[in-house]
Design a protein around this ligand. Structure first.
Ligand code: UD1
Length: 429
């Protein structure tokens, strides 16, 4: 199994290109199931999760062609996928595939909308809490689907097609909003999604669906209205930049010190995180090419942060912020409100000498002057990268084990960081 070795202590200086957003690329690829024409997606990141979803979609009979880089392309433009769902040969998404990536459960929505049936395995356990799908099922039932659970599979049918409805989510859910949005595009009549997630990735998917002929308004607000259409067509769409990747590298710079341009990052996608970084003592300068992050001399100030749905502070940056606060001059409080049990990195950060105690949903971090490198183990995607950030700032050597989590969500991580002066390498085997 691959590992990452880091020798900490170097400042980061240079440019880091920001890749396309994983959390937009996945639902956009899934949306291709809604049409028998080709959907072309640009700026798709090269990630293990994208490759896994390609296999899952291939199982349904989709034809996916990926075009390499053309001369003159910037590296961060990612890959272009041509996805054709002209022939859906199977409406079953099996356990072996869905259990490897939760988001693949979302295929239930377009399959049901277009093929009027789907049989999709329940995703099963996950390292960050129970992560149920009850609200996704509720949304599809509202749209007139008949669902039953049998042998670990959700068997969904809508023989007469889906019908527009009013869907009220009792809590903000990104997965629920994606599923309701995709299903409603081909439903008869009008659907309204209330208490919808406002995440930029939802807006990106809605933009793409509109290019495919859907009639969606209000994406990015808590009420999305969809007028159903009978058919969607092909389109071309560019995946928006990854705000979590940008925020992660911004925190790395805040922690090590230095001066880095996050090329292609869009500040409005992560304003809450940038505000927290400014409060912590980093200098954030949005410019035409992205966001410049610097921290010179001054130490890190402690902060009090609570995760929240967009535009609040993202749960996907919580672990990284905790690594940063481990070196703050004082005591920080980080409260996690989105996922239960999303504090597995606490034990691993403690291996660097970090002083963190838990009080229910709140972590109290007493900053220390210097972390010390250690062997650590990655537990989930975002927790893993918090260990990398800690390793970059720590004194001595850090070995991050089980890095397949990192490959799921961070494109060319070692390459991007070493180009800015970090001592970081992948050790294979
Ligand atoms: C997505 C993101 C993930 C991010 C999360 C929150 C993708 C591929 N993943 O995950 O990176 O951390 O949004 O921003 O886009 N819930 C229920 N019932 C449901 C569905 C969700 O109770 O049927 C709960 C969850 O357990 C969680 C909360 O709602 O406590 C939010 O989950 P949700 O927004 O749906 O997260 P994901 O879409 O799974």
């Amino acid at each position: 199994m691959d590992r990452i070795r880091i020798v900490g202590g170097n400042k980061l200086n240079g440019t880091i290109p920001i890749s396309g957003a994983k959390n937009a690329a996945l639902p956009l690829m899934i949306a291709s199931l809604l049409t028998d024409e080709t959907l072309i997606l640009d700026n798709v990141p090269r990630l293990a999760d994208v490759a896994q979803l390609q296999r899952i979609l291939g199982n349904h009979g989709l034809d996916i062609m990926s075009k390499g880089k053309r001369p003159g392309d910037h590296e961060y433009q990612g890959q272009t996928l041509h996805i054709s769902a002209a022939n859906i040969i199977d409406t079953t998404a099996p356990y072996e595939l869905v259990s490897k990536m939760r988001a693949s459960f979302w295929v239930i929505a377009p399959l049901l909308a277009r093929m009027k049936e789907a049989r999709v395995s329940l995703p099963g356990g996950c390292a960050i809490g129970t992560r149920p799908v009850d609200l996704l099922i509720m949304a599809l039932e509202k749209l007139g689907a008949e669902l039953q659970i049998d042998g670990g599979y959700v068997i969904a049918k809508a023989p007469g097609g889906l019908v527009g409805a009013e869907i009220d989510f009792p809590k903000v859910t990104v997965s629920g909003t994606h599923v309701a949005l995709m299903a409603a595009t081909l439903a008869r009549g009008t659907t309204a999604i209330n208490n919808a997630a406002c995440e930029p990735e939802i807006v990106d998917v809605a933009d793409c669906l509109n290019k495919m002929g859907a009639k969606i308004s209000g994406a990015g607000t808590p009420r999305i209205v969809i007028e159903g259409v009978s058919k969607l067509h092909g389109a071309r769409h560019t995946v928006l930049p990854d705000r979590i990747e940008a925020g992660t590298y911004a925190m790395a710079v805040a922690m090590t010190g230095g001066d880095v341009q996050l090329a292609g990052a869009r500040p409005e996608l992560l304003q809450s995180a940038l505000d927290v970084l400014t409060e912590a003592g980093a200098t954030i300068t949005p410019n035409n090419e992205g966001i410049r992050v610097t921290r010179n001399g001054a130490g890190i100030s402690p902060v009090k942060v609570t995760t929240a749905p967009f535009p609040g502070f993202p749960t996907d940056l919580q672990a990284q912020l905790m690594a940063l606060m481990a070196c703050a001059k004082g005591s920080s409080h980080i409260t996690e409100t989105i996922f239960e049990n999303r504090f597995m990195h606490v034990q691993e950060l403690a291996r660097f000498g970090a002083r963190i105690s838990l009080d229910g949903e709140t972590a109290i971090i007493d900053g220390i002057a210097k972390l010390r490198g250690a062997p650590v183990m990655a537990t989930d995607l975002r927790a893993s990268v918090s260990l990398v950030i800690a390793g970059l700032a720590a004194e001595g050597e850090t070995m991050v084990n089980r890095i397949y989590h990192l490959d799921r969500g961070f494109e060319r991580l070692e390459e991007k960081l070493s180009a800015c002066g970090a001592t970081i390498e992948r050790i294979s085997g």
